[in-house]
Design a protein around this ligand. Structure first.
Ligand SMILES: Cc1ncc(COP(=O)(O)O)c(C=O)c1O
Length: 397
């Protein structure tokens, strides 16, 4: 039996009927863009995340672009982020004319290291207006932490640093919808709600996936929410009057309707992914494989949270990553490498002047990590096959 990295078909079949009904209604009403379906989904999403505002947009990439444009981040700004992420995080920063500043990750969680952020800022100088200026002369204006693979960054530490340096924090929660972070005042906090603004991607393979591209912005700030909505439609307010230049970042009604049908199932799906992760841990440990593999860290597991990790990806690390991947492919098991190259080493960012060795933990992770199959419908039998194939590779069968 082949074990794909991801299989979306079963999830669709279980919801096919209500999805078809929504399709029919949208086609009957011919109301395809924004409108009541998008507003209903925005309300449901805001309630789910316990955020004041959710704004549906055309993708996760457009969400970040929309946020950066509305916050007037542009040329002369530097934005601190991680190089160990999907390209869009830094791509959007560069597209608004700002400069991405890559700092290293925490090798245990793969998330941006607060200590690395602090170390970078300690090298900046304060100007007469109280702004922090980096060595290239840019004003350091924001931090974009990425809750990678479904695990929240250390947001308390990041927000503390941001407050000390008057920086805006924007959470890239593209992979982390529903992920929780330990409570501050009695209640667990949700990915995307712990900063000025956060965003999700609903790319089909995400834990909450649309039938195409889609995304959303979250914020608790009324003024920012208003601005994000204006920038979502070419900066238009009122109709055909443009005080600012935005973009077309609108969400389609069909995507919103599908997402609204799926949203009530998301917690169950995340719990099923966690169960798969638990089984991997039990089986890898029982077979003595933890000497060869490092399993995903769960730093918030004993902190009274449900969604302490939502396992968008189950990422192991091993020094023999490439040969293990080939071996698994031979056994019919799908895997993926997220990500094979730190963004600081991407050709398009060469002008930023980073060199190999600048971000050692990022570079090591890029050489050693491998994502294994994880999705709610993955059967015990399929998982057994993955574990057995890995055990065979390390001679533990
Ligand atoms: C960390 C991260 N940021 C941003 C994005 C961009 O989202 P989208 O693909 O919806 O444009 C993704 C999507 O994969 C992502 O994983």
């Amino acid at each position: 039996m082949r074990v794909p990295l991801l299989d979306l078909s079963e999830q669709y079949h279980s919801l096919a009927e209500p999805i078809r009904r929504e399709f029919d209604e949208i086609i009957r009403t011919q109301s395809f863009i924004l409108g009541p379906k998008v507003e209903e989904f925005e309300r449901a999403l805001a309630a789910f995340c316990r955020a004041k505002h959710a704004i549906g947009v055309s993708s996760g990439t457009d969400a970040l672009l929309n946020i950066l444009m509305a916050l007037r981040i542009g040329p002369n700004d530097a934005v601190i982020t991680t190089a160990y992420t999907f390209f869009a995080t830094a791509g959007c920063i560069a597209r608004v004319g700002a400069t991405p500043v890559f700092v290293d990750i925490d090798p245990v969680t793969f998330n941006i290291s607060p200590a690395a952020i602090a170390a970078f800022l300690a090298r900046c100088q304060r100007n007469a207006e109280g702004q922090w200026i980096d060595a290239a002369g840019h004003v350091v204006s924001a931090i974009v932490p990425v809750h990678l693979f479904g695990l929240c960054c250390e947001m308390d530490a990041i927000n503390e640093i941001a407050a000390a340096y008057s920086l805006t924090v924007i959470e890239d929660a593209a992979q982390a919808i529903g992920a929780e972070y330990p409570a501050k005042e009695g209640r667990a906090r949700q990915a995307g709600t712990m900063s000025a603004a956060g965003f999700f991607s609903f790319y089909p393979s995400k834990n909450l996936g649309a039938a195409g591209d889609a995304g959303a912005i979250l914020t608790n700030d009324e003024e920012l929410a208003r601005g994000f909505r204006i920038f979502r439609e070419h900066g238009m307010e009122p109709r055909y009057f443009h005080h600012v230049i935005g973009g077309n970042f609108r969400l389609d009604a069909i995507q919103a309707a599908i997402l609204k049908i799926k949203l009530p199932h998301l917690d169950d799906w995340s719990a099923a992914r966690r169960k798969v992760a638990d089984i991997y841990r039990e089986e890898f440990t029982a077979r003595g494989l933890t000497n060869h593999l490092t399993l995903p860290a769960e730093p918030y597991r004993e902190r009274g949270l449900t969604n302490h990790h939502i396992y968008h990806q189950y990422v192991i690390r091993t020094a023999q990553r490439d040969t293990l991947q080939k071996h698994l492919a031979g056994a019919g098991i799908g895997t993926a490498i997220y990500y094979p190259l730190g963004l600081h080493e991407q050709k398009c960012f060469e002008p930023l002047g980073y060199r190999a060795g600048d971000l050692p933990e990022t570079e090591k992770a890029a050489r050693e990590t491998l994502a294994l199959p994880i999705y709610p419908e993955l059967t015990r039998e399929m998982q057994g096959q993955v574990v057995a194939a890995i055990a065979r590779f390390f001679g533990h069968d």
